[in-house]
Design a protein around this ligand. Structure first.
Ligand code: HEC
Ligand code: HEC
Ligand code: HEC
Ligand code: HEC
Length: 425
């Protein structure tokens, strides 16, 4: 079932010299996967383990196959001109996320950069497994040992997807890139997995060969990876690399971008010890983990609240304060997140997490758009796991209306929708 995702208005990106390259294997190119005897069949082969029409699905329906072509559009040309780049489609900063931009020694004979985000950008360079992965009896673990990325593992998948969908020290959409016209990036692993046109099915044989992936573990792994990445970015040079001001895209977009008629200071911001008129760092992935902590341990939930408030306060003080606070937070999270990822959450506990997200919304903790958007998609994703989407459809619809457009976002409306939702969740 397709998840509603929010159509973001053009608003996110940055430039450094090295993109993220995972693994040392040569990328043989989409053409090596695409023949009609391999993954290029017209129709899915339901009696096989895999459909074998993956190439067709990717090339006709999946936006990843168009990611390079996007760099040739007028929108990208304008962005390149705004940034002083010769071309978007030859600029490393754009190619790192819009193609499988591995270094030249890792490009096989049939590799083409124009293929965009091809099979090997997600599945890993096929050099050592291209011949063997079709042999009968070869297991998934053996393929992985030969360099195939373990995309069936939620944490590994989160790492691969978020490299491009949130970014890292090495490839990032700075405020300069957003200011030049790049859309704001926002990501939630469970919904984006559901929204990527599926070229595989998690059926009995998949589960036997790989594992049974549940929506909850995807959601949690995505939140954990994103929060960890964000705390890492705050400790990086990126924070202070934009001249006289901090890197704006590490702050909450709406701490600057909202109408002056809409006064938002007070309430939670005051209680957190923030100054009026000050910048606010982003806390939305941390807030999702705050809900997880709340379902597990009151003490950890309280500690998260204190640490989130301290991080936001540090964001109004100095680079040194931010780095210290982010590194302390990251260290504190290390054991917690490992135990959350290992834990077998029951449906009742997931319900509690969902309720806590709505509670945080009702308490005014999601006063900014990105947090409200993440809260909505999370509530929806968790509802698929809890399996009551139909029963609470009108509640989800009402919440969705409050985040449907970024421009029309009102914190008060979202808060009251969360309060009403609590009665049903
Ligand atoms: C190499 C970078 C890269 C990786 C890895 C990657 N993506 Fe993407 N993804 C993109 C880019 C770039 C676009 C936008 C393509 C375009 O329209 O030009 C995109 C678009 C999407 C879209 C469509 C978004 C929309 O608004 O409709 C979905 C869904 C998506 N990705 C999900 C995923 C998931 C899930 C993963 C991991 C399994 C993933 N992506 C891995 C770069 C990447
Ligand atoms: C950190 C990774 C990253 C970098 C760097 C990056 N992009 Fe993107 N870009 C994305 C993702 C992911 C999307 C899809 C966003 C979504 O729909 O959720 C996207 C979307 C876009 C879109 C909108 C596509 C559409 O179909 O609506 C354009 C245009 C674009 N990028 C151009 C560029 C250009 C030009 C550059 C270089 C200046 C660049 N991007 C750098 C990740 C990146
Ligand atoms: C944006 C990321 C992404 C891209 C690009 C991508 N895949 Fe996948 N693919 C996935 C994910 C996620 C899964 C599910 C996890 C898994 O089984 O590894 C998957 C699963 C598969 C499977 C396994 C099905 C099964 O039942 O075991 C095959 C085969 C496959 N992909 C082939 C391809 C081919 C061929 C291409 C290129 C034409 C491609 N993929 C491009 C993300 C991607
Ligand atoms: C510290 C304040 C601040 C923060 C935080 C901030 N911006 Fe900006 N933004 C600005 C300023 C200042 C401009 C330049 C406005 C101008 O040129 O008129 C700008 C311009 C832009 C523009 C271009 C608009 C135009 O009129 O040309 C976009 C798009 C944008 N920002 C997106 C974002 C996104 C997305 C985020 C969050 C990830 C963000 N901004 C966070 C202050 C901020």
């Amino acid at each position: 079932m397709i998840r509603r995702w929010l159509v973001c208005v053009a608003l996110a990106c940055s430039a450094t010299s090295h993109g993220v390259e995972i693994g040392d294997d040569v990328h043989t190119g989409v053409a090596t996967c695409a023949s009609s005897v391999c993954h290029g069949k017209l129709a899915p082969q339901r009696d096989e383990n895999v459909w074998l029409n993956e190439f067709r699905i990717w090339s006709t329906e999946d936006r990843h196959s168009r990611a390079y072509k996007t760099l040739l559009t007028d929108e990208s040309k304008r962005m390149a001109a705004n940034l002083g780049l010769k071309n978007a489609h030859t600029a490393k900063i754009c190619l790192d996320c819009h193609a499988d931009n591995v270094s030249s020694e890792k490009r096989g004979r049939k590799f083409q950069i124009t293929d965009g985000v091809g099979c090997e950008a997600c599945h890993g360079g096929a050099e050592r497994w291209i011949e063997t992965h079709t042999e009968p009896g070869v297991t998934y673990a053996q393929n992985v040992a030969q360099g195939m990325f373990p995309m069936a593992d939620p944490s590994e998948r989160a790492r691969i997807c978020l490299n491009c969908h949130l970014g890292s020290r090495d490839q990032f959409t700075t405020h300069r890139i957003m200011g030049a016209g790049h859309p704001r990036l926002s990501f939630e692993l469970e919904s984006f997995t559901a929204n990527q046109p599926a070229h595989y099915e998690v059926d009995d044989d998949y589960v036997a060969r790989k594992s049974s992936l549940v929506e909850f573990s995807l959601w949690l792994s995505g939140q954990v990876d994103a929060a960890t990445r964000y705390l890492d970015l705050l400790q990086s040079n990126l924070l202070s690399s934009a001249g006289i001001a901090p890197e704006f895209s590490l702050y909450d977009c709406h701490s600057c971008h909202h109408s002056m008629q809409d006064q938002r200071w007070g309430g939670i911001r005051k209680r957190q010890g923030l100054e009026p008129g000050g910048l606010r760092l982003q806390d939305y992935h941390l807030l999702m983990l705050r809900a997880v902590a709340g379902a597990v341990s009151e003490q950890d939930a309280g500690e998260m609240d204190r640490r989130i408030a301290a991080l936001l306060r540090a964001g109004q003080k100095s680079y040194a304060d931010i780095r210290t606070s982010a590194s302390g937070f990251a260290a504190w999270l290390t054991d917690r997140k490992a135990s959350w990822l290992e834990r077998d959450f029951s449906s009742d506990q997931v319900k509690r997490i969902r309720r806590l997200i709505a509670q945080l919304g009702a308490d005014g903790r999601m006063s900014d758009y990105s947090a409200a958007e993440q809260a909505f998609t999370s509530i929806e994703s968790l509802s698929y796991f809890i399996d009551d989407v139909d029963a609470i459809e009108s509640t989800l619809d009402k919440l969705f209306e409050t985040v449907e457009t970024e421009g029309g976002y009102s914190p008060a409306r979202f808060r009251s929708a969360c309060k009403s939702a609590l009665a049903r969740l």
